[in-house]
Design a protein around this ligand. Sequence first.
Ligand code: ATP
Ligand code: MG
Length: 572
Amino acid sequence: MNEKRPFSEESPENAATASGLDFVRSIIAEDNRTGKHGGNVHTRFPPEPNGYLHIGHAKSICLNFGVASENGGMCNLRFDDTNPVKEDVEYVDSIQEDVHWLGFDWEDRLFYASDYFERLYALAEKLICMGKAYVDALSADEIREYRGTLTEPGRESPWRNRSIEENLDLFRRMRKGEFADGELVLRAKIDMASPNVIMRDPTLYRIRRARHHRTGDAWCIYPMYDFTHCISDSIEGITHSICTLEFENNRELYDWILDTLGLFHPQQIEFARLNLNYTVLSKRKLIQLVKEKHVSGWDDPRMPTLSGLRRRGCPPEAIRDFCSRIGVSKADSVVDIGLLEFCMREALNKTSPRVMAVLDPIKVVVENYPAGQVEWFDMPYQPEDESKGTRKVPFTRELYIERDDFMEHPVKKFHRLAPGQEVRLRYAYYITCKDVVKDEAGNIVELRCEYDPQSKGGGTADGRKVKGTLHWVSAAHAIAAEVRLYDTLFTVENPNACAEGATFLDYLNPRSLVTVTGMLEPSLAAATPGTRVQFERLGYFCADPDSRPNAPVFNRTVSLKDSWAKIVKKEA
Ligand code: ATP
Ligand code: MG
């Protein structure tokens, strides 16, 4: 069995230890010090291809690939594909794409548990021959009933003491397809009175006539996860088998199978899974959102999937940064989605060109500017970094500015446009509002302004200061774009905790997607999908795959400031 670890299971070891390492990295450092695996570190990321990867998986990917590379080791990608009913090649493909996108590489070490089916079968026969496994004819319900409870021991199946010969014969005939689905199972013969319910003769194989996405119809019996996982780890020479806390009780079985069969024994280490507020990370729920079309697909930018985050415009380095900030511990917690947004801003701020777009336009007519005249201003993509270059932006007599950058009766400290008030139009001119044009219903439809020709470029010779600088777009040159503004998918912090009679779907946020028509500066006409920019003063945006030439579609990745948290507070 395993030696005791340098930390105790009970200790609240969190985030980092005195060495500055989290508890997983401390274990590995200690193993390297003692030479436990000859200094080798070999991990794996083992998804089941029954859904798309989400931000929780990213935590596991960053951990597994991260500790391997930090220690000069290797990390495999292994599909845990033992349940053909729920699995699909679509998922196999998307998972590979997402791991690569996140920035990790398994090189030539792409494996499938299904590649080990023959060896797993042979090892199951070996257990039978050792008298450590038997073929049971109890039904699934009976097995459950015989298993007992946390407080009561289980009862032994009447089939538990078949002879080795009989077990071997039945198991071979199970494989040949002589029995119906569910008629027989192979169980480990361990201990029906074990305080650990998982050790009460767990099922190792079941009959299931389902076509497997890789092995086709070659098999009608499939190994269970617990049997498959430890042996796959062992076959691949995994040194540290890192998994999430719900497998803590399974570790005893993991150890039993490998020790009983006398196989190479990796160390299973459990860490707390990521929970994120205002979203769900259960694959079952994510599948339901997609299948029932509550979202547009797995890559809907509101989804916590890696493909959704990618489409939204989140750069992979933001996710890696997020995973490193949340750390690794054994204590369950819920991370605020605001931290992920913070990481997005951090990454995007450094890399996104700044451009101008008006999302809620109101027209400005510069009365003293010649009709038909166009001035092209050179504007830097990154004011602090000249090397990022410039683009030309046209200034004309008719412009758009943001509706809420104007107030007819300005409140105190409103430094933007108001009657008689002067502001700077970014990199262009100072303008002063002279008049407000309204429709019959009293809505403001146009602002009549005058510009100061002396203020070209955004400053004046007399040193006159203005307090507000607004972004703007020339009306004649504006590119109309569909702009998709996202909010959290759910209105409550924990959609998993439902009131009686409710489901998580009852907490879907009806305003999680608001689509507006924005007016963009002309340089964005041909933005290709995936192009990330900052719309000045508004936020970070990314061109969607739905974009067409001259008809771009932009997703808001994240606003500039944490306006969302403020809104939530205001409404509360
Ligand atoms: P399932 O219920 O289908 O098993 P799963 O979320 O565990 O769902 P897997 O494909 O088995 O999905 O996950 C692959 C790996 O990612 C596992 O090692 C799992 O522990 C880890 N993982 C899954 N969800 C999270 C999460 N929220 N935080 C951290 N790791 C996770
Ligand atoms: Mg799992």
